[in-house]
Structure formats: C-alpha cells, structure tokens
Design a protein around this ligand. Sequence first.
Ligand code: CAA
Length: 379
Amino acid sequence: MEFELNDEQLALQQTARRFAREQIAPVAAHYDQSGEFPRELLKKTWELGLINTCVPAEYGGIGVGILESCLIIEELAWGCSGITTSIMCNDLGLMPIVVAGSEDQKKEWLGSCTDDFKLVSFCLSEPEAGSDVAGLQLLAEKDGDDYVLNGTKCWITNGGEADIYTVFATMDRSSRHKGVCAFVVARDTPGLEPGKKEDKMGQRASDTRVVHFDNVRVPASQRLGEESQGFKIAMQTLDRTRPCIGALAVGIADRALDESVAYAKERKAFGFPIGNFQAVQFMLADMAKDIEASRLLTLQSAWMVDRGLRASKNSAFAKCFATDAAMRATTDAVQVFGGNGYTKDYPVEKLMRDAKLMQIYEGTNQIQRLVIARELLKE
Ligand code: CAA
C-alpha cells in the first residue's frame, strides 16, 4: 500500500492550493455577504484546468481520476466551499454523460465544456422528491422522435447560471425507479426557465434555484442511455461524486483547524495563550484526527471508483463521515474563538454555516446511512 502522491498529483494539488490561497480565500467573505455569483473566478478555474476534472482526455479533459479531483477540491474548499460547490457542480452535471453517454453525446457535450467555459447543472431533486428519487414527478412524454418535459426541479446548484442541464424525468410515475429517464438539455431550449434564487444560510456564493420545465422539447439524441435507465445513471453518478463531497468537507475542516491553531497561539486568557489549556488542546486534537480519518476514507473511496469497483458503501462512508466531522470541527472552531467566533469579523462562523449544507446535499447523511446499511445487509 502506497500513501505517497506522485509528481502529477502533487503538481495538481499545488496549483489548486495556490489558486485557493491567492484568489479564492481573499474574496470569500465578499461573495458570502453579497451572494453574488463568482463567474469570473470560475472562468479562471477553467483556464487552469481545475474544473470539469471528470472529463476524459479524449474529450479535451485533463484525464485524471476522482482521486485527483478530490485532491483539487480539498484545496479549493479551504478557500471557500460555496465557490467550490459551483466548480464541482460541473462534474456532477457531466458525470451522467461520462457514465451513460454515447460516443457522439460525449464528443458534443463533454467537448463543448472543454472547448469553452460553460457551467453545468444536475437536475434531480424536486419539491416532493428529494431523498426519494424514484418518486420524482417531472414528466417526459414521447412525441414523435422528441420528448416533452413538464415539471419543476428544486435545489439546483448553478440553476440560474448553467449552460447545460442534465435532467432526470419520469415516463411513468407509477413505475417508480423503472420509469426514470435521463436527458441533456441546453439552457436556450424554449420552456426551460430558472426560478427564484434561494437565500441560503451558507455556501452563499453558489447559485441554488428552482428550475421550471414548461413543454421543453428534447430530441431523442439527447436521451442518456435507455428509457428505463435514468435511476441507475443517477445512482452511479452519485457513487462517483460523493467522495468529492468528502473532500470538500476535509477542506473546510482543515481551514477550521488552521484558523483555530493560529488563534490558540495568539489569544491569551489567564495570562497564557489559550492553546496552553487542555480544554482547547482536546478540541484541536479531535479536529486533526477526524480530518485525517475523513481524508483517508475520501481517498480510499475515490481510489475504488477509479478502479471501476462498486463504491456505493465506501462513497457513503466518506460523504457521511467527513461532512459530520466538518460540522463538529467548524462548531468547535467557533468555540475556540469564543465570542469573536460568533461574529463576521472572523472567518469561522462562515465555515460553520457552510459545513451544515454538506450534511444535507448529495444525499442527506441519513440517506448515506441507509445506503451503508443496505449494502451491509446485502453482503
Ligand atoms: N448503482 C447501481 N444501481 C443501483 C444503485 C447504485 N448505486 N443503487 C440502487 N441501484 C439499483 C438497485 O439495484 C435497484 O435495481 P433493480 O431494479 O434492478 O432491482 C434499483 O436501482 C432501485 O434501487 P432501490 O430499491 O435501492 O431504490 P430506492 O427507491 O429504495 O432508493 C435511495 C434508493 C438510496 C434512497 C436513493 O433514492 C437515493 O440515493 N436518494 C438520495 C438522493 C440524493 O442523493 N439526492 C441528491 C441530489 S444531488 C444534489 O444535492 C446536488 C447539488 O446540486 C449539490
């Protein structure tokens, strides 16, 4: 077993680290407070090859695996997880095409994102179907060679900013998961209309919206896989992207630890730096050990995905453990900072708000436990 990164991995990690520290971290508070969308910053990640990392080299991508994507994401998230969620969303949106697209579809849609700077959205959740994907209601009706989509998606990252949407719809609501079908839809297709932007507690730099589909006509050439394969395409996508949420969580927790260690050395109480006291030391130690465990689970699940192994259980381990650990680490970071931590003058309250979302999106941590338990019982 080899725990060392190779030269290419170290170079990617360094590029992402430099970008996060020089370009993301200094503007993170601005985007958090204003809720503006950091489009120009995202464009720079495209110029550097830090976005669309799931796109294979033959379609213009940098040709790396999920493991390398995780290394990049961890670094970017140290700078700002809201901005990083917008970056990662391209991989989430493109993954169904990587998993199930035909050669022509890959050339067209993956290629268009590497030729030009484009944003992508993954449209799965609905007002009445968040955790219960098989219960989705957005209807796809066959009309000649086309499909006509009607319904509403919600909690869609990049929803108002994307150029390309991968959309999951049902052809027969009573068939549950067997009725689900996946499509690629361009933003300028008539009837596709982004709705209200959510005013979120954290990760405020990412654009989260409702997206309406009103008689959206999609040619059969934009259907991914067979008509009944949409549910499995969604699950296979999430198996591949959940390690990346683990990496995002490691990045936030690592930032919480760095800020806490620096503060514990500076801030004095009872005549000594607060880092001298075991009450503070134990919180720092818990953060550090949880970060290391989260990182190992994340990289192991990514390694499994890259080897083509089914990683449902391990991806759920990584997503669930790392995001719960990040929630604890950021909450403890606020505690280390005391009253200062509860103000916007210091960076840790943002980390705590940002971390909360990670226990909810890409499958709540309750759903991750369900996935793990089902895999155990199957074994
Ligand atoms: N890979 C391949 N096939 C799979 C699979 C997987 N990982 N998981 C399930 N399947 C197959 C099953 O084998 C079964 O196949 P058969 O029909 O051949 O028997 C079929 O799919 C149905 O599986 P289940 O019976 O397990 O389905 P279920 O309805 O009980 O639901 C669930 C399973 C795990 C709860 C699923 O609905 C789920 O993952 N929910 C969470 C959804 C989620 O993560 N949403 C996040 C949205 S994205 C987001 O948040 C993004 C953002 O913008 C940041």
